[in-house]
Design a protein around this ligand. Structure first.
Ligand SMILES: Nc1nc2c(ncn2[C@@H]2O[C@H](COP(=O)(O)OP(=O)(O)OP(=O)(O)O)[C@@H](O)[C@H]2O)c(=O)[nH]1
Length: 496
């Protein structure tokens, strides 16, 4: 039973070691890896935003070039100057310029319409598809110093540019509103967006009114973008990276990242690793347990045998042989460090009568209970040994005479007041005790001197009427001969 518990403790310790292994793997291996993957992801998002921004910029440049080419036609620009000077009327201007603009529309694939305005924003004429007059305000709402993208109509798949016109001297002579297809832009953004990553182009002041792309964006991402534009707070579960478009400062490019999608590749890379480590540590644990099982069992068996060899079978106190070992060790310590050592030898009074009246079994029971009572009274560092028969020796390390006497007296009273239940009866017994201490001892002494002294003290108590404590002086026998054994010691070592 005790073995089982010890083995379980060892397995629990092994389990703890495995847990520590897994925890340190997680802290030292997995966490840095996850951080690295996250950083890589952030870098990828940043790179993607830069790439998309560069791509869109190229497309816008292409479209602005078309606008520039339309505006740079000198013949129609000269007519515009003439009109503004009042040299020709609007009708003449329109009749001359409209076909040239129509040529330009035909020449530039992707160009749908051009509307020309006077510097005050009034419409002069247009070419290509009809543009509602409501759109005329596009070129005058914001100051337009150079060609600017002013509107995107995702549903109509059109983009609108405003291009300011100047004469040779650089004077402002009006605007062109150019309407173009959004195909190139659409294709570019389409290419850049994928599951969990959506690109959106948003016009500063108009929020989602000036929002693009022209395909249905994931509704969660759309909601996330809306919330972000309204509150500037990133909704949970999404990250948003943004960048202002170069040369088009009013347009911002957003990259909306669905964190759940983003985490997926992370999980794909780290989870199998974690599972592999868990599985291998579990395997190591099992293999270790299987391998160690017989070794641990043998060691524990050995330990138990050793404990049994030191133990008195009847009472569980240390046996006489082990007591001798303990006494040797304590005496060596006392001699070396000059620390006090005391001994108590106790003997049950008239124990023979217990045996005679109540039987040997009852006597054994009394010895067991007495051991228990002694244990209740002494300290954990004190050692209780069955010296022999109904005699017990208590070794008290680091204990002086007064303390030893106090303890002996307390023990005597405790036993005298205790009851000793035996089958069918309850006994009261008394004990006699002898006490000695090395405290203040100046003459050299050995183990046999101690045993003899404590034995004498005990028999002094017996002679004086029992149920009492006597202190005995250590009187070393001179000269100490090797192998010398007193009568008491010999009796003790042989057992009673
Ligand atoms: N039940 C039991 N009795 C034991 C054991 N060992 C010794 N005894 C008995 O203890 C008794 C000791 O008797 P005595 O030495 O005459 O001493 P006493 O009767 O205790 O008298 P005093 O010591 O003079 O007070 C003997 O009857 C032994 O048989 C044991 O292990 N179990």
């Amino acid at each position: 039973m005790r073995h089982r518990q010890n083995i379980n403790n060892i397995y629990a310790l092994l389990g703890l070691a495995v847990l520590l292994l897994v925890a340190s793997f997680y802290l030292l291996g997995m966490l840095p890896l996850i951080k690295h993957l996250e950083r890589t992801h952030d870098e990828r998002v940043d790179f993607q935003l830069s790439e998309s921004s560069a791509l869109i910029r190229t497309i816008l440049d292409d479209q602005r070039n078309i606008a520039l080419q339309v505006a740079s036609r000198s013949a129609i620009r000269n007519r515009q100057v003439a009109y503004l000077r009042g040299e020709i009327d609007r009708q003449t201007l329109a009749e001359f310029s409209r076909p040239k603009l129509a040529d330009a529309i035909t020449a530039h694939e992707g160009l749908i319409s051009v509307v020309r305005y006077a510097p005050d924003g009034s419409r002069l004429y247009s070419a290509g598809r009809q543009i509602p007059s409501a759109y005329d305000r596009l070129c005058t709402t914001y100051p337009v110093e150079s060609i600017r993208l002013v509107m995107i109509e995702p549903d109509a798949r059109r983009v609108y540019y405003c291009s300011p016109l100047h004469d040779r001297g650089g004077r402002h002579i009006g605007f062109d509103l150019l309407v173009m297809f959004d195909h190139p832009l659409h294709e570019a953004v389409e290419r850049q967006s994928r599951a969990g990553l959506e690109l959106a182009l948003v016009l500063d002041d108009e929020g989602l009114d000036g929002y693009w792309p022209n395909r249905p964006i994931d509704s969660h991402m759309h909601k996330a973008l809306t919330q972000y534009l309204q509150t500037s707070v990133m909704p949970s579960g999404f990250s948003i990276a943004q960048r202002r478009l170069e040369d088009e400062p009013r347009w911002q490019l957003f990259l909306i990242v669905d964190d759940a999608e983003h985490a997926r590749p992370l999980e794909r890379q780290t989870l199998p690793l974690l599972f592999a480590v868990l599985a291998s540590t579990a395997a190591i644990y099992l293999l270790t347990v299987i391998t160690l099982r017989p070794i641990i069992a043998a060691l524990l068996e050995q330990k138990a045998l050793l404990a049994r060899s030191r133990c008195d079978g009847l009472t569980g106190a240390h046996n006489h042989a082990y007591m001798q070992e303990l006494l040797d060790a304590e005496l060596a310590r006392t001699t070396r460090y000059g620390r006090p050592l005391s001994l108590i030898l106790l003997d049950i009074d008239h124990f023979k009568q217990v045996n005679d009246r109540h039987g040997h079994q009852a006597g054994d029971q009394v010895l067991r209970i007495l051991t228990q009572r002694c244990r209740e009274t002494i300290r954990q560092t004190d050692q209780l040994a069955r010296y022999g028969g109904e005699e017990f020796l208590i070794i008290l390390p680091e204990t002086g005479r007064t303390q030893a006497m106090t303890l002996a007296e307390r023990l005597r009273r405790h036993i005298a007041r205790s009851t000793f239940p035996i089958p069918g009866d309850s006994l009261h017994i008394t004990i006699s005790l002898g006490v000695i201490s090395t405290e203040g001892q100046t003459d050299a002494f050995d183990k046999y001197d101690l045993i003899e002294a404590v034995d004498r003290a005990l028999y002094h108590s017996k002679r004086e009427g029992r149920d009492r404590v006597s202190y005995g002086a250590i009187t070393p026998a001179a000269p100490p001969a090797s192998g010398r054994k007193s009568a008491a010691a010999s009796r003790g070592e042989e057992g009673k």
